[in-house]
Design a protein around this ligand. Structure first.
Ligand SMILES: Nc1ncnc2c1ncn2[C@@H]1O[C@H](COP(=O)(O)OP(=O)(O)OP(=O)(O)O)[C@@H](O)[C@H]1O
Length: 286
């Protein structure tokens, strides 16, 4: 069942020489309970695609096409939607996590405050209910000792734990869609695996739909159900993970795969996943 439908999305940036297309007519449908990977080299348009969904593009960019959120059979067009419509959707229906968790977390607010403010605002929860839910969320993303974690500040946690907290904040209002832009790129490989495993669990347990933006096909191969490969603003190939990794159709996809460091991928994507998940156990001791 689809939750977000992107149709013929075009993003132009104004330049002195006239408009330049940074995304040139892409189609992408996100399904509930699936992880959709958006891969491609730096500058191919992955991040601006994610930002366009939430109306967060810089002023210098214009859009056309359609981005429809379909919740409970009600379609909402997001492209060009009024500010208050987008404000009601951001964080509530569609949440976002970034490469650097500090971007999503406020350095001077306690973790508890960041989690509960969000819930009190969007879900109108009372103080005590919000606090109970915040504790449960930290438990769910496996931040150790949630009760004392609520009183701490972001800098008191490791990078991996900070990203888990950022994911907890993103999930606070039970969004339908999570946009994750390079969520593990800044983390070392064992911590990456733990975060990827967490995303997988959240998708499987809660029916969340994830758009996972990354230049790293290794990360993709570990968790994505479907992968779209982007180059210079265009999706050149889109296929279920297994198919894309074992039978790439486009020369650009083949070149990306060939550039992967001699990994288990040559044996099978599953072997790489097993390797990454094995590393997760190491992180649990972190
Ligand atoms: N604020 C901006 N003003 C003008 N051009 C921009 C701006 N942000 C991005 N661009 C341009 O838009 C294009 C797409 O950038 P985007 O950040 O989406 O790429 P990406 O695939 O996410 O790459 P990366 O992995 O490096 O983030 C690039 O050509 C980039 O130069």
């Amino acid at each position: 069942m689809s939750i977000l439908r992107i149709t013929n999305l075009q993003i132009d940036v104004r330049t002195q020489g006239g408009p330049r297309a940074v995304v040139d007519g892409i189609d992408l449908t996100l399904e509930r309970g699936r992880i959709h990977g958006l891969a491609g080299e730096s500058g191919s348009g992955k991040t601006v695609t994610a930002l366009a969904i939430l109306g967060l593009l810089p002023e210098s960019m214009t859009t056309s096409g359609s981005v429809v959120l379909d919740t409970n059979d009600v379609d909402t067009e997001l492209l060009g939607a009024p500010r208050q419509v987008l404000a009601g959707i951001r964080g509530r229906r569609i949440a976002m996590v970034f490469q650097d968790p500090s971007t999503s977390l406020h350095p001077q607010l306690s973790v508890g405050r960041q989690l509960t403010d969000h819930m009190r605002h969007h879900l109108k929860l009372g103080k005590r209910d919000a606090r109970d839910r915040a504790r449960a969320l930290l438990e769910r993303v496996r931040v150790p000792d949630p009760t004392s974690a609520l009183k701490k500040f972001p800098h008191q946690f490791s990078g991996g734990q900070r990203q888990r907290i950022a994911i907890a904040v993103a999930l606070a209002c039970e969004p339908d869609v999570l946009l994750a832009d390079e969520p593990t790129t800044a983390l070392d490989v064992t911590v990456q695996a733990g975060i990827l495993q967490l995303l997988r669990e959240l998708v499987d347990d809660a029916g969340l739909s994830v758009l996972l933006v990354t230049h790293d096909l290794g990360v993709m191969s570990a968790v994505a159900d479907e992968v779209a490969v982007m180059r210079a603003g265009v999706i050149v190939e889109s296929a279920p993970r297994q198919q894309l990794f074992t039978d790439p159709q486009h020369a650009y996809t083949r070149s990306l795969l060939a550039a992967l460091p001699g990994s288990k991928l040559e044996e099978s994507p599953e072997a790489l996943v097993a390797e990454l998940l094995n590393a997760t156990r190491t992180e649990a001791i972190e």
